[in-house]
Design a protein around this ligand. Structure first.
Ligand SMILES: *Cc1c(COP(=O)(O)O)cnc(C)c1O
Length: 467
């Protein structure tokens, strides 16, 4: 399988190359040259497989020759063996129509573990072949950082520099990053910055030849294709349990960077019968505006109780626009150039109509978020986190026919956001025992101004140069 850039001028790479590269050299994102497709019979034959085996089967066409099927299965077994639930991503039923897909049973209690535990193993595997060192530079609104750090802490050949907006992540999120004291882990809190500022810094570094000529810079953000690929698997796992391929299933996805929900789009392209993908935003609603009116324009970020969705530029949206716009890299590069200049653009008719065929969208405000957390507890006995609440609110407002099961992706454990949950329900969710001493552990974190040169200097002074 070959990977091409959404902006058309970077060299095509194999899976290992795309995994190590992260962002393409022309500023675009890597996507597979075409979507592999499973027949109904092939999908039906996946029912009942253990998660690690299902994962290897769904991902093999994307991995191509970069890993043998046996080696891929070794890696999925190692990654998912670290989850605390045997089903890895179990479904919980809420009522006749609604289900939660619990994606928070990994080491850092958010869905990002599902992809990053595997990505850490891919990095080690592919770097071992080249003998090179990888300098991972990432930006986090909270959950990517902790999941990525857990996945690569102490691993050979990798250093990780993780930027987070100071004061904009929850205490649990921050401590899950800053209490990892492995020597290859560098946390950086950016003063006065938003997540979008931190993400813009990372994107700039990928295009800064002064840095890229000296260091092999890699990505763990969802601009890395391998992450999205790993997330495709749980759409299959959930739909199979609910009767696919004989029955269609809808998904509601709490969305920020459009990574998780893009994985659902990929699952649909691969033949999984998905009735609808509901894009659930909080009040930072650029995606809701883009999908409902074609207006993709950056607003200012409003901090909410669901900080991992406090995003006004959704990197992975480019992958969808590229696919829906006829896969024209030159046109995509031009559209993104306009967006970078004007901080706004209009979707083309083809992009709007293509998106409308599968996606709907919904925006959840603070009151609706609190109300949904309350409903989950009082009517279903489930504590849900504020991100999941945006998804569930959108699911319950979707108006889908009652014979279509609607699966809301539960993206974080409620104990990651205990204050919001307690305010709505009077119940304080407890951290699972395996992370219970988080608040006693020592923290280590650098603090820098949100200034590109200062950040680049800090990283250059500590990263391992190319060999
Ligand atoms: C990252 C995150 C999201 C948003 O996911 P995207 O892939 O960026 O759309 C939603 N909820 C939680 C808890 C997250 O950590």
């Amino acid at each position: 399988m070959e990977y091409i850039s959404t902006r058309g001028s970077a060299p095509a790479l194999d899976f290992a190359g795309a995994t190590l590269a992260g962002l393409a050299s022309d500023g675009g994102l890597y996507v597979p040259r075409e979507w592999p497709r499973f027949s109904g019979d092939e999908i039906a034959a996946m029912a009942g497989l253990p998660y690690a085996e299902l994962a290897a089967r769904v991902m093999q066409p994307f991995v191509g020759d970069s890993l043998t099927p046996e080696r891929l299965l070794d890696l999925t077994r190692a990654a998912y063996g670290r989850f605390s639930h045997a089903a890895v991503t179990p479904l919980a039923q809420l009522d006749q129509q609604h289900w939660l897909l619990e994606l928070f049973h990994g080491p850092t209690l958010a869905f990002k573990d599902v992809a990053l535990q595997l990505l850490g193993l891919f990095f080690e595997e592919f770097l071992g072949r080249t003998g090179e060192n990888l300098t991972i530079v990432g930006a986090t609104s909270g959950d990517t950082g902790s999941a990525a750090i857990d996945a690569v802490a102490g691993r050979d050949g990798v250093d990780i520099f993780m930027l987070h907006p100071k004061g904009r992540v929850s205490d649990v999120q921050r401590r899950q990053m800053t209490t990892v004291l492995a020597p290859n882990v560098y946390n950086i809190a950016l003063d006065g910055a938003s997540f979008d500022d931190a993400q813009a810094t990372v994107k700039r570094m990928f295009n800064d030849t002064a840095m890229t000529s000296r260091f092999n810079i890699g990505a763990v953000n969802s601009i890395n294709w391998a992450r999205l690929m790993a997330q495709v698997v749980y759409y299959f796992a959930a739909a199979l349990q609910l009767g696919a391929p004989a029955r269609k299933v809808a998904f509601s996805v709490p969305t920020g960077n459009f990574g998780d929900v893009f994985a659902g789009y990929v699952a649909a392209q691969m033949g999984l019968p998905i009735e609808r993908l509901i894009v659930a935003t909080n009040v930072n609603d650029i995606l809701h505006r883009a999908l409902s009116s074609g207006d993709y324009s950056q607003g200012t970020v409003t901090p909410t109780a669901a900080p991992s969705m406090d995003i006004q530029i959704s990197s992975n949206f480019e992958r969808l626009l590229f696919d829906l716009g006829g896969r024209d890299g030159a046109a995509m590069a031009e559209q993104m150039r306009c967006f970078d200049n004007a901080k706004a653009m209009q979707l083309t008719n083809a992009q709007r109509e293509g998106a409308a065929a599968l996606f709907t969208s919904n925006r959840t405000d603070a009151g609706q978020m609190a109300e949904t957390i309350r409903w989950g507890w009082s009517k279903c006995g489930q504590l849900i986190d504020p991100h999941t609440a945006c998804g569930l609110h959108a699911a319950r407002s979707s108006g889908l026919p009652s014979d279509i099961p609607v699966v809301t992706l539960a993206t974080a454990h409620p104990a990651k956001f205990p204050d919001a949950v307690e305010r709505s329900t009077g119940q304080r969710p407890h951290l699972p025992a395996r992370v219970g001493d988080l608040f006693e552990r020592e923290e280590r974190c650098a603090e820098l101004p949100g200034d590109y040169a200062a950040i680049a200097d800090y990283i250059a002074a500590r990263a391992v140069p190319k060999g």
